[in-house]
Design a protein around this ligand. Structure first.
Ligand SMILES: Nc1nc2c(c(=O)[nH]1)N=C([C@H](O)[C@H](O)COP(=O)(O)OP(=O)(O)OP(=O)(O)O)CN2
Ligand SMILES: [Zn+2]
Length: 135
């Protein structure tokens, strides 16, 4: 019997969607206001979920206090109040779209999650735009 447990988190970050190999007109046409050369911010909401068997001794799939601390150490400290393009090595040459940010977060957390459990990351870039990555 598998059960999914989840932890919500939040971080604020600035970004710019841009490809240096495209001219200004194409960047503007594809990325619109997220191509602003002065960057802009989003208030990202994150839901991290772990799916697995319930441990018969603890009753936990995973201790949510441990998950909270992992998100704080590996996601919030890396991304919160950062300029994603300029401050976060993973985005030096990777566009910080919601999709790519979700994959980066998943990769940061996966090494710390029990191999027997599944990891899912849901990232809200705006209240109505969100992406899901499960590996
Ligand atoms: N597939 C993707 N599409 C878009 C992304 C993305 O990361 N992946 N990002 C953006 C913008 O960065 C950002 O999400 C703003 O988009 P917008 O359409 O303005 O969304 P809002 O929810 O703020 O707008 P509403 O009008 O309130 O719906 C765009 N596309
Ligand atoms: Zn944006």
């Amino acid at each position: 019997m598998k059960v999914k447990v989840s932890r919500k988190a939040n971080f604020n970050a600035a970004h710019r969607l841009h490809r240096p190999d495209w001219d200004e007109q194409k960047n503007q046409a594809i990325f619109g206001k997220c191509n602003n050369p002065r960057y802009h911010g989003h208030n990202y909401d994150l839901i991290v979920s772990i799916t697995g068997e319930i441990d018969q001794e603890t009753g936990f799939v995973m201790d949510l206090k441990v998950l909270k601390d992992l998100i704080k150490e590996h996601v919030e400290e890396a991304l919160d109040h950062k300029n994603l393009n300029a401050d976060v090595p993973e985005f030096k040459e990777l566009n910080p779209t919601a999709e790519n940010i979700a994959v980066v977060i998943w990769n940061k957390l996966r090494p710390y999650i029990d191999q027997a459990n599944e990891l899912e990351v849901v990232l809200y870039e705006t209240p109505r735009n969100f992406v899901t990555y499960s590996g």
